[in-house]
Design a protein around this ligand. Sequence first.
Ligand code: TYC
Length: 102
Amino acid sequence: MKDILIKEKQLKTKPKLKKPSMFQVLLLNDDYTTMDFVIEVLKLFFVKNEKVAKEIMLKIHNEGECVCGIYSYDIAQTKVKQVIDFARNNNQPLMCILRKEH
Ligand code: TYC
């Protein structure tokens, strides 16, 4: 009995360490943002080289969206804000969203 009680206590006090959720940052296609602008965004905010940036831009253009990076919540949220601010300051309607990974 004593053993069982000790086991229960150990179970109850066992630290529950959950891995932090990760968040995908996606760019969405639209009809107006220029291809060159999207390539620039991918180089500036997602650290892609010219070749990879062009491939990702074309994937978004053809398929509607693409995951451009995966980060913890705070960094993902900051990326979304930085990209949207940069796009609006340059009169581009580009959309950037965050999606929780499962
Ligand atoms: N579809 C745009 C065009 O034809 C290009 C584009 C690509 C826009 C990717 C947004 O996330 C985007 N000019």
